[in-house]
Design a protein around this ligand. Sequence first.
Ligand SMILES: NC(=O)c1ccc[n+]([C@@H]2O[C@H](COP(=O)([O-])OP(=O)(O)OC[C@H]3O[C@@H](n4cnc5c(N)ncnc54)[C@H](O)[C@@H]3O)[C@@H](O)[C@H]2O)c1
Ligand SMILES: O=C(O)[C@H]1O[C@H](OP(=O)(O)OP(=O)(O)OC[C@H]2O[C@@H](n3ccc(=O)[nH]c3=O)[C@H](O)[C@@H]2O)[C@H](O)[C@@H](O)[C@@H]1O
Length: 313
Amino acid sequence: MRILVTGGAGFIGSHLVDKLMEKEKNEVIVADNYFTGSKDNLKKWIGHPRFELIRHDISRPLFVEVDQIYHLACPASPIFYKYNSVKTIKTNVMGTLNMLGLAKRLRARILFTSTSEVYGDPLEHPQKETYWGNVNPIGVRSCYDEGKRMAETLMFDYYRQYGIEIRIARIFNTYGPRMNIDDGRVVSNFIAQAIRNEPLTVQLPGTQTRSFCYVSDLVDGLTQLMEGTDTGPINLGNPGEFTMNELAKAVQELINPKVQISEVENTPDDPRQRKPDITKAKEVLGWEPKVNLHEGIPLMEDDFRRRLGVPRT
Ligand SMILES: NC(=O)c1ccc[n+]([C@@H]2O[C@H](COP(=O)([O-])OP(=O)(O)OC[C@H]3O[C@@H](n4cnc5c(N)ncnc54)[C@H](O)[C@@H]3O)[C@@H](O)[C@H]2O)c1
Ligand SMILES: O=C(O)[C@H]1O[C@H](OP(=O)(O)OP(=O)(O)OC[C@H]2O[C@@H](n3ccc(=O)[nH]c3=O)[C@H](O)[C@@H]2O)[C@H](O)[C@@H](O)[C@@H]1O
């Protein structure tokens, strides 16, 4: 089985590559432009006979011969996806068109990593896959959430029109080792701040909620979805729901009881609550997360301490 992973040098992509490479029968090709990813995340595979790494921007066509495509390429942190919003749209729309064109030529199965952001600022709670969402089409987050919605549309049109085998995962906030230290997402921010003894920046009001999934659970869900028979969309996330105030307190308690918590301004259109309904993932894939937040934070802390050069005292 030859497998293409777009965005494989990123956080989730590199963990997925680790899992795919465990199988002797798999050959893995990664295509990445290194915007938010890094070769360092894949260093243990570089030079391996079953592994190839290509510097490539997926908003341009790619010609390779593969059996399966995991299509992850897209900046995921709000800071990075807003930085060049037009590029984010090109990556989601033209990039997904290119990958679907590739899947069509090869008759390859393609899995797309969509997001809980397709639900926008949800008016239904928790969110089921049947909910159509509450999304601002002209806001600063639209390049990402509307981009992902358009990519889902493209996936389903290629499925209906050309019979392409598609899989769509709607991923909810995932965290773990190898996140960029200055990625800007909340778990990586709080852990880096706690280790550096800088105040944890809770964006107001602090009562907004998220549900955090540990990366090994998520990667299991992605491979099970790819190998299963359901097109999706399927929510993949951990239903444990926390306010940002609660997350800050958990990080304080687990990593640095002396660190301060400060309140800072938020950014526009920040969803007020988010929690996946994972009934479908349980029924269709037999999947549910195993690692809870209090177990996952210390695992991520070890990796951040090593990279920041600050050992536990
Ligand atoms: N981490 C999460 O909580 C989360 C939640 C929902 C959805 N997702 C989705 O999962 C995927 C991976 O997210 P992540 O957290 O690993 O993010 P990440 O930023 O660490 O990884 C994204 C990777 O895509 C690459 N990339 C970006 N634009 C590209 C382009 N035009 N061409 C080629 N490569 C490109 C980046 O260099 C990086 O290696 C993304 O599609 C993201 O939208 C992630
Ligand atoms: O999981 C998802 O579906 C999507 O969610 C995230 O977007 P978001 O939830 O906004 O992620 P964060 O930037 O980590 O923010 C989460 C919450 O933490 C808050 N926050 C963020 C950073 C910080 O320092 N402090 C803080 O309180 C934000 O205001 C927000 O309410 C990811 O960034 C997207 O890649 C992903 O697609």
